[in-house]
Design a protein around this ligand. Structure first.
Ligand code: NAD
Length: 351
């Protein structure tokens, strides 16, 4: 099992160090190698996704990423910006399925802006198609028409693109509550009528999963009205972009949310949903739990080690129940800890 570790920028190195310690504590045989991605790669190699990193990432089964970006690189030309490294690696490895869980641990129910009874116990998995849709469709651009500027983009999905994300979603639902809600806008958009038709076809192979459909405007409302009705949601790139951010904010704590981006063979890039947090970098106070929970996703989705994944997730639950909190999730009466102490607490809970 080969893992490529890309700590990245800002708090990236601090939080990935704790996630690597958790991996090492599991007594599994991993080969781990570190590489450069993002701003640190621009500084060292003049490009955000250097060839050495590309070779490491291609040869690995899974990639663990911290975060990339920071103000010092914001003035660079677009192709040299750290975020280009991230888009580059996702595209290079054909990571078409983005999995973002939104889980609200009962101990953190007060962190949400919604009423505790609406969100306590929330556990949703949003699956977003990541390499198609209006973000990549051609033609696109700006043109002059009747003396004014016109902007245009193309929403396009092929049957095979919908089918492959459909299989990922049904299989993920089989590992959870066996309920899948497919989100589209079939009343207006032909492209998403095809999405719905293909999802229904794919569902025939998964009779144990209950498939429902929802229009995206209603899904946005239901997510804040009654989010616990959802188990797994699957949708296209643009709707998924918006709904996954909405769902993550139901939990109120960005330092807790992991993510996975998978290819057709379940090779994956695993990273926290937050950025490089330059405002707190180097101070040893960042919350490492999103990155540690990303490791749990790696164990589950790339390596098929469900039991080990649960071990890590249960250790995190135990640490929260024990009152350990980094600054971002701190409440009065709890035990305030830094990045390394939080890592120590998870290791102790694992043992
Ligand atoms: P951010 O997620 O880095 O930070 C937003 C706020 O949340 C900050 O106050 C930060 O201190 C806090 N925060 C984030 N993660 C935390 C953690 N683990 N523990 C405690 N607090 C945490 O978003 P931003 O400030 O908009 O962006 C900063 C940089 O990160 C930018 O350069 C941006 O481009 C980049 N970024 C990278 C990724 C990625 O690598 N996938 C994603 C988003 C943003």
């Amino acid at each position: 099992m080969k893992i490529c570790v890309l700590p990245g920028d800002g708090i990236g190195p601090e939080i990935t160090a704790e996630a690597v310690r958790v991996l090492q504590a599991l007594d599994l045989r991993f080969e781990m190698e570190e590489g450069l991605l993002g701003g640190c790669a621009v500084d060292a190699c003049d490009t955000p996704y250097p060839e050495a990193t590309r070779n490491l990432a291609r040869a690995a089964d899974a990639i663990l990423l911290g975060a990339v970006g920071g103000q010092q690189w914001d003035g660079l030309p677009r192709e040299k910006r750290p975020e280009r490294g991230l888009l580059g690696i996702r595209k290079d490895l054909n990571l078409f399925a983005n999995l973002r869980p939104a889980i609200l641990y009962p101990e953190l129910a007060n962190a949400s802006t919604l009423k505790p009874e609406v969100v306590a116990g929330l556990d949703i998995l949003i699956i977003r198609e990541l390499t198609g849709d209006i973000y990549f469709g051609q033609p696109r651009g700006l043109r002059e028409e009747n003396g004014e500027r016109v902007g245009f983009n193309t929403m396009v999905y092929s049957e095979s693109e919908i089918r492959r994300i459909g299989h990922v979603a049904f299989q993920a639902a089989q590992k959870r509550g066996r309920k899948l809600c497919s989100v589209d806008k079939m009343n207006v958009l032909e492209c998403t009528q095809l999405w719905r038709d293909v999802m229904i076809e794919v569902s025939k192979a998964y009779p144990d999963v209950e498939l429902t459909h929802m229009l995206v405007d209603n899904a946005a409302m239901q997510l804040v009205k009654a989010p616990k009705q959802f188990d797994v949601m699957v949708t296209g790139n643009m709707f998924g972009d918006i709904l996954s951010d909405e769902a993550s904010m139901l939990t109120g704590s960005i330092g807790m949310l992991p993510s996975a981006s998978l290819d057709e063979k379940n090779k994956g890039l695993y990273e926290p949903s937050h950025g490089s947090a330059p405002d707190i970098a180097g101070r040893g106070i960042a919350n490492p739990l999103a990155t540690i929970l990303s490791v749990a996703m790696m164990l589950r989705y790339t390596f098929g080690l469900e039991e080990q994944a649960l071990r890590v997730e249960n250790a995190v639950k135990k640490v929260l129940a024990g009152g350990y909190r980094t600054g971002d999730i701190y409440e009065r009466g709890m035990l305030k800890v830094g990045t390394k102490e939080m890592g120590d607490a998870v290791l102790a809970a694992l043992a």
